[in-house]
Design a protein around this ligand. Structure first.
Ligand code: SF4
Length: 408
């Protein structure tokens, strides 16, 4: 493969298994949270032991690990931070992602950790980036309101590395600077508890006359579509954006594996050929529709997001595919051991998603227990043997079209 430069692909790792999946499917770096100080309290998050294992797994495959410390902290929590920083430094974490000025100063005074400014800090311009650089920041994760062109200028004029979101859920506020969830659900969006209140349907209190006239008003008026940047990937590369970030530490194994594979396939193609092909982009877009998503938008990557970025239909799109299972072991030319995630039965058609190359359909000619007792149908959590598929490897995803499992 040519040594042409391409950006880093940075994937979310909600837990240790997803970290492995992201890296094996092609991510160059992952970001994750420890038990405290991050913004996703509902993600599994990593224990100290898992963090050590995750860093070793990543570094053995030339991938990086960034740890999120992007909550806004009170003094009591700041007091507890140096001990955690010492641990992160000792286990060779590659950077920490920070929003709070107090946290930045605690990190720079107590460790040698590289500091990345979180998107929560809403850095949108060159002057702000220069100021963050003076405070010891090495990379800025730019606000989602910045276009790729603006990001390229910020990189050039500030001398900082820049990171941009390329895929995933959006926030209707300047990332996280919103308290709808606090007031309506009692869940603090700036401490990892966002309930996505902006996605809900809201009613307006009309008089009877007005109500009759207002019947057609869509009430999901704050609900954003999901970001999908594959169509403008070449612009990111030409703008020398250092890192392309995928949102979604709360999302599934299927999501993490699919996104990592699609974007790394695209970046590898560019690395080799110096361009992308429109037919490949269509194929990658088709793959990106197989994971749970809302309608996609370019949001503000090219022009500032407008009304066409609002998702007016309902809270979620239907899933086209589900994960039937994850491969835990492979006995070549004989069988694969699968941990079942969604029920299936003998004679269903499933698809193996290899780490590289196209998905492969196969027929489930048999499903048995580990002791070779046949199953009539499976349930989530079962460990089962299914037929071997050429090229299968541990941690590969096996997926099923939703229709295939609808009757199970
Ligand atoms: S409720 Fe919506 S707008 Fe508010 S922080 Fe959460 S995602 Fe952002």
């Amino acid at each position: 493969m040519s040594d042409r430069w391409v950006p880093e692909l940075l994937a979310p790792a909600g837990n240790l298994e997803k970290l492995k999946v992201a890296i094996l499917y092609g991510a160059n770096a992952v970001y994750l949270g420890g038990q405290k100080f991050g913004l996703r309290s509902a993600a599994d998050n990593f224990t100290l032991e898992e963090l050590v294992e995750g860093v070793e797994f990543a570094h053995a495959r030339n991938a990086k690990v960034y740890v999120v410390l992007n909550s806004f902290l009170h003094d009591k929590e700041i007091d507890e931070l140096p001990e955690f920083l010492k641990f992160l430094d000792e286990v060779n974490v590659d950077a920490v992602i920070v929003s709070d000025l107090g946290v930045i100063s605690t990190v720079t005074e107590n460790s040698n950790l590289e500091v990345h400014l979180s998107t929560q800090a809403s850095c949108l311009n060159v002057e702000a980036a220069k100021l963050w650089a003076k405070m010891g920041v090495k990379r800025v994760v730019l606000g989602r309101e910045v276009s790729v062109k603006e990001a390229a200028k910020i990189k050039k004029e500030s001398g900082l590395e820049v990171e941009m979101f390329i895929h995933g859920s959006m926030c209707m506020a300047y990332s996280g600077n919103c308290v709808i969830s606090n007031y309506t659900q009692g869940r603090d969006s700036n401490r990892g508890g966002c309930a996505h209140s902006c996605r809900f349907e809201y009613g307006l209190d009309f008089s009877d006359d007005q109500r009759a006239k207002a019947q057609d008003i869509k009430a999901y008026f704050m609900s954003s579509k999901d970001l999908e940047g594959i169509r403008v990937l070449e612009e990111f590369i030409e703008g020398e954006i250092d890192s392309l970030k995928v949102e979604g530490r709360m999302k599934s194994h299927h999501y993490v594996g699919t996104i990592s594979k699609v974007y790394s396939d695209a970046l590898n193609f560019y690395k080799e050929h110096g361009h992308l092909l429109s037919e490949d982009i269509k194929e990658w877009e088709t793959e990106l529709r197989k994971i749970t998503h809302r309608d996609y938008t370019l949001a503000s990557l090219v022009e500032p997001a407008g009304a066409d970025s609002i998702y007016t239909e309902r809270e979620h799109d239907d899933n086209e595919y589900v994960v039937a299972g994850v491969i835990l072991d492979v006995v070549k030319n004989d069988h694969m051991v699968l941990e079942v995630r969604s029920a299936f039965r003998p004679n269903d058609s499933l698809e193996l998603v290899p780490f590289s190359g196209n998905a492969r359909m196969f027929n489930v000619d048999f499903v048995t227990t580990i002791m070779d007792e046949p199953y009539e149908k499976t349930k989530p959590g079962y460990l089962v043997k299914v037929p071997y598929v050429d090229g299968a490897m541990q941690w590969n995803i096996v997926r099923a079209k939703c229709l295939a499992v609808a009757g199970v």
